[in-house]
Design a protein around this ligand. Structure first.
Ligand SMILES: Cc1ncc(COP(=O)(O)O)c(C=O)c1O
Length: 292
């Protein structure tokens, strides 16, 4: 059987009950094979869930080896060697000053956790009035209510709008379709100014954090900051959250606006706002990709 009817076959609650689903029998590397033996390139695998490919021998061997030793330990009481090794590897890859890892089961949970971490950070600092998270219009941060509140992508938010916290959104630096109608020649980093304006108009006293994908994933794949100088500005000390491996990472800035003030003055000294400086600007043409 090739088509598996979402409504009448089996007991799974599929996303679209009117659709027919392909029955996948096995997979290898980048290929999925259906029950008739037809081969399909697994281009997106959700959102990069199988980024090492299907059936990687090293992954299978490690999983088996570990399952024989211990399957799970709860972080409230225990630690274990593989977790320590993985955290050390992640810290090696992470930008400077990011030296701690918090493990979560997926992207949405990581984003929710970073939101709560940012809130706790400010409560500990005596700033319990802070709660607003600024995010961007073109963005996807996950399917749970908190993550969807920070998400900008309207089609994914639409049905749940009354349930969401209405956080402020600013334009995404999406240079191929610049929200300000600018080009590489006359770009004046309006997007960076917009963040400053949003913080001021939302009242800096209430702003908890700013969250952004350095490289956008699900809502505009591969859209990234074009300017090395700008992204350098965003790699501040206050980055407190990084998603686990595989998916594009989010960054959350908790100690805005004091950090913003420092960031803006650093950008200013590098000529980011005056248009002088080193960066050559080139557009990134986004591709469409499978939705998670
Ligand atoms: C940037 C980003 N954050 C969060 C998520 C949500 O991750 P998950 O589907 O693992 O909950 C995604 C999923 O595509 C993502 O691209």
């Amino acid at each position: 059987m090739r088509g598996y009817n979402g409504l009448t076959d089996g007991h799974i609650f599929y996303r679209d009950l009117r659709k027919e689903y392909m029955m996948i029998d096995h997979a290898e590397g980048i290929y999925l094979y259906d029950s008739r033996g037809d081969r399909i390139i697994d281009g997106a695998s959700g959102a990069a869930v199988v980024c090492l490919g299907h059936g990687d021998r090293r992954v299978m061997e490690r999983l088996t080896e570990q399952a024989r030793k211990v399957s799970f330990t709860h972080m409230s009481t225990f630690t274990n060697e593989p977790m320590l090794r993985l955290s050390a590897e992640l810290v090696k890859l992470a930008p400077r000053r990011l030296s701690r890892v918090y493990f979560a089961s997926g992207g949405s949970e990581a984003v929710e956790t970073s939101l709560k971490l940012a809130r706790q950070y400010h409560i500990e600092k005596g700033n319990s009035q802070k709660y607003k998270v600024i995010s961007r219009t073109v963005s996807y941060h996950g399917a749970t209510i908190g993550a969807l509140s920070m998400t900008g992508h309207y089609p994914r938010r639409r049905k749940y709008l009354p349930l969401l916290t209405q956080f402020p959104k600013i334009s995404t630096p999406y240079c191929w379709r610049c929200p300000y109608g600018k080009t590489s020649k006359n770009c004046s980093f309006e997007c960076a100014h917009e963040l400053e304006r949003a913080i001021l108009s939302e009242d800096p006293e209430n702003v908890l954090a700013f969250i952004a994908e350095p490289i956008i994933g699900a809502s505009a794949p591969a859209v990234a900051y074009r300017e090395k100088r700008l992204s350098a500005g965003f790699h501040g000390r206050s980055r407190i959250s990084k998603k686990p491996a595989c998916l594009p990472s989010e960054v959350t800035y908790a100690d805005l606006p004091s950090r913003l003030k420092q960031m803006v003055s650093r950008w200013r000294s590098r000529g980011v706002f005056s248009g002088r400086g080193s960066g050559k600007v080139s557009g990134v043409r986004p591709k469409t990709a499978g939705q998670p």
